[in-house]
Design a protein around this ligand. Structure first.
Ligand code: 13P
Length: 304
């Protein structure tokens, strides 16, 4: 493994490449990355970095967003099959149909979506800024929120805005129920509960904090508590433990919350990607131009 890491470091220099990794990636991938973070943080980085090559360790919609925001750079996703069950639940044609039925509505699209769906949207959001994105929309405007009904319900509850919610969900977060939370709280009575807003409303309502993965890190920094139950994909436990060795983090339900797409990329894949400079993520330029408008509008809104 040390030999492989050395080769990756050398190739990275030769290619002037930078490695970005999402908080759910396996520990060895997070450790070799130059930057780790949540969807919003990584999109912002992709847009501001000077490196001509970005190796994106995450899932396809994240690499696509980076490619849209940085069209002059080569964005490489080491394994093309890394998809997102939630993103697959919304199709551009169905969204166009909904838009025709509600022509004056503003379409707010969670970044966990395809470039084609983003291109049909007015503004994007991530779990880190969804509340502020919706607050930035004039109160008299009707809103269609795509594709996560759980994040949409949370934003509705926070903002008091009624929205038409697309019927999509993350299969990993949606699988956590109230009973899992009650059990975890009983097992760890001293712990604070931090929940990702892709969880169901009956779960978020029990939380001490509802945050994006990046927001979870900030929540822990700001809290004086010693122990936390983390209700999101289990990969998030690693950066939390690494940054706070003096605190205790419990996955809410370790067996249930594993996203297979986030566990696909290996160090070998990163090495091969840097050596061959592929697979490159490309987005049709006309789709990319329209999707970029929605992403850039989002980036202009302050984070929660
Ligand atoms: P974050 O933006 O909170 O990192 O969420 C990413 C994600 O895809 C959750 O399933």
């Amino acid at each position: 493994m040390q030999e492989l890491i050395k080769k990756i470091e050398q190739l990275k220099k030769d290619r002037q490449a930078i490695i970005l990794a999402h908080n759910y990636e396996p520990p060895e991938i997070q450790d070799i990355a130059d930057i780790t973070g949540d969807s919003l943080g990584l999109s912002v980085d992709a847009a501001r970095l000077d490196n001509p090559v970005i190796v994106f360790c995450g899932v396809r919609f994240m690499a696509e967003s980076a490619a849209i925001l940085a069209p002059d750079k080569k964005v490489i996703l080491p394994r093309l099959e890394c998809g997102c069950g939630l993103a697959d639940m919304a199709e551009a044609a169905a969204l166009q149909k909904m838009r025709r039925e509600k022509p004056s509505a503003v379409v707010v699209t969670y970044v966990n979506s395809s470039a084609e769906v983003k291109a049909e949207s007015d503004i994007c959001c991530t779990s880190g800024n969804a509340v502020n994105v919706v607050r930035s929309i004039a109160p008299e405007k009707e809103i269609i929120f795509v594709p996560d009904r759980n994040l949409g319900a949370y934003v509705q509850e926070q903002t008091g805005r009624r929205m038409t919610l697309w019927d999509g969900f993350c299969p990993i977060h949606n699988a956590i129920g109230e009973a899992d939370i009650i059990k975890a709280k009983k097992t760890h009575p001293e712990a604070l509960l931090i929940v990702h807003p892709e969880c169901r409303p009956e779960v978020t309502k029990l939380a001490d904090g509802v945050c994006s993965t990046g927001g979870m890190t900030d929540f822990v920094i700001q809290s004086s508590a010693k122990e936390f139950i983390i209700a999101t994909e289990e990969g998030m436990i690693y950066p939390l433990r690494k940054a706070h060795p003096d605190r205790i983090f419990h996955p809410v339900s370790p067996n249930a919350m594993i996203c297979p797409d986030m566990k696909m990329i290996s160090l070998e894949d990163i090495h091969n990607a840097l050596e061959k400079l592929e697979p490159v993520i490309t987005v049709n330029p006309e789709t990319a131009d329209r999707a970029r408008l929605a992403l850039e509008k989002m980036l202009a809104v302050p984070r929660n």
